[in-house]
Design a protein around this ligand. Structure first.
Ligand code: ADP
Ligand code: MG
Length: 455
């Protein structure tokens, strides 16, 4: 196993227990810079001192235990040091080997400059029921840049291929024309860039840069909701680019209307092109993905193990991939074949981390409050503001449905209400779930957060 593979397996494991924004901020740019097997020590390269401190203080335990887990305790010591990834990127990278041989060097460098991962290409995106609309729309955008669906807005739950598709658009446009001015950035990145530019008096450069693009790809746009000045800048960037037929593509974890904190003018801009969702994939597609990913890495997966994995990871391709990475790492490290017994072990150890069933009532209420950008005590205290009614009813419904709480308990948890209030709320939301409308969609997203995030 190369260091890169080992680190991929570690990240795959950490990703399951750390929220996505945190993962992206603290771990995405890290790598193993050296592994001294005699001394059982590992050096982790990090982009800056801030990250170094943060990892040391906050994630050290999780990182060490993932490393030990995967190497069978061959790591005793972890040291974080500031280093650039560039030197490392020149070394061996088995996972991307396949694409790297098919991509000319110059193009790969361009991709990296724009912020695109060569792995996220149309060629290795598997199309199936849950993603075919989004995939078709993404391809149509490439064929009719700025002309057809502008903006394209892709939304859906975690780990379902939004970032992959978004980046594939960028990669394909660049392949067709190297002179196109393209940028891929997360909404957080956009906000940070903007704030930094203002702070250093380079607001004008920022504007010039963003407004000269032919293609702007912004990932996880829901994170723009929080900051007013960033939203304002985003709005003007949008308008300028749209007016000159530059293409915009966005992703988010939910449709524009459900992102609270956006002004109507912004919501309607985001909705004016094409909206496509990605949802959970059917089993055939999941199997196809597994087989492709295993093949990319020259790994042999038997029929029954494929079936078992695809059945056990239904909602999230990232988890499916994480499990596969872990299995591969295990087999390579121990030089063994992959059999069903091993696969079952890996699946059950991952399932424990997902912690389904370990959620407390408070945590559930907190997730609902966060989702609607409220404070926990907005829901747990007695306040009767009208905008609290629905979130509170949803919390009541979920407490009953997911945690089996009794009605009197639910009433108590949510501001000392009577058990009949809780019963009424449950029935009301239950009906909404059957109506398949916005509330149902929101509840699905809340559940996703509940079981995918835990910090
Ligand atoms: P999201 O942005 O929706 O959270 P990602 O695009 O990051 O999800 O996908 C998570 C992982 O799953 C990535 O490694 C991606 O390559 C893989 N993936 C998701 N959907 C597909 C697909 N249809 N075909 C191949 N790989 C996929
Ligand atoms: Mg993403």
């Amino acid at each position: 196993m190369t260091n890169e593979e080992l680190w991929q397996a570690v990240l795959g494991e950490l990703e399951l227990s750390i929220s996505k924004p945190n993962f992206n901020t603290w771990l995405k740019e890290t790598f193993i810079s050296a592994f001294n097997e005699n001394e059982q020590g590992i050096f982790i390269g990090v982009p800056n001192a801030f990250t170094q401190t943060w990892l040391q203080n906050k994630y050290h335990k999780a990182i060490l235990s993932a490393l030990q887990n995967i190497t069978d305790n061959k790591v005793k010591k972890v040291v974080y040091r500031v280093e650039t990834k560039k030197a490392f990127a020149l070394g061996s990278r088995k996972i991307t080997e396949q694409q790297e041989t098919t991509l000319p060097d110059s193009l790969r460098r361009l991709l990296e400059e724009i912020g695109l991962n060569p792995r996220y290409a149309f060629e290795n995106f598997i199309v199936g029921k849950g993603n075919e609309l989004a995939h078709a729309a993404a391809q149509a955008v490439v064929d009719n840049l700025g002309q057809k669906y502008n903006p394209l807005f892709i939304h859906g739950g975690v780990g379902l291929g939004k970032t992959h598709l978004l980046q594939a658009v960028g990669q394909e446009v660049l392949k067709r024309d190297k002179n196109k001015n393209i940028l891929y950035i997360s909404a957080e990145g956009f906000a940070n860039d903007f704030i930094q530019a203002i702070r250093t008096g380079r607001g004008k450069d920022f504007k010039n840069h963003y407004r000269s693009l032919d293609l702007l790809l912004i990932d996880d746009v829901q994170f723009i909701a929080g900051k007013e000045s960033t939203r304002e800048e985003f709005f003007h960037t949008f308008n300028t680019l749209h007016q000159k037929n530059s293409q915009l593509v966005f992703t988010a974890d939910r449709p524009p209307r459900s992102i609270s904190g956006l002004e109507d003018r912004l919501t309607s801009r985001l909705e004016m092109g094409m909206i496509a969702d990605v949802s959970a994939l059917d089993i055939e597609t999941r199997i196809a993905i597994l087989e492709t990913k295993a093949k990319e890495r020259d790994f042999q997966l038997m029929g029954e193990t494929v079936q078992y994995l695809a059945t056990n990871f239904q909602r999230n391709v990232r988890e499916l991939e994480g499990a596969l990475n872990k299995i591969i790492a295990h087999c390579e490290l121990h030089n063994t074949e992959c059999d069903l017994k091993l696969v079952k072990e890996v699946v059950s150890s991952l399932a424990n981390q997902v912690k389904k069933g370990a959620v407390t009532a408070r945590q559930l209420i907190k997730v609902v409050a966060d989702f609607y950008e409220l404070k926990l005590n907005d829901l747990t205290e007695g306040g009767r503001r009208r905008e609290l009614a629905i979130p509170r009813q949803i919390a009541m419904y979920l407490l009953r449905e997911e945690l089996d709480c009794s009605y009197p308990t639910i009433g108590l948890e949510l501001g000392g209400r009577d058990h009949t209030t809780a019963m009424h709320a449950y029935k009301k939301i239950f009906k909404e779930m059957e109506a398949e409308g916005r509330i149902k969609q929101e509840i699905e997203m809340i559940k996703e957060r509940l079981y995918n995030y835990n910090d």
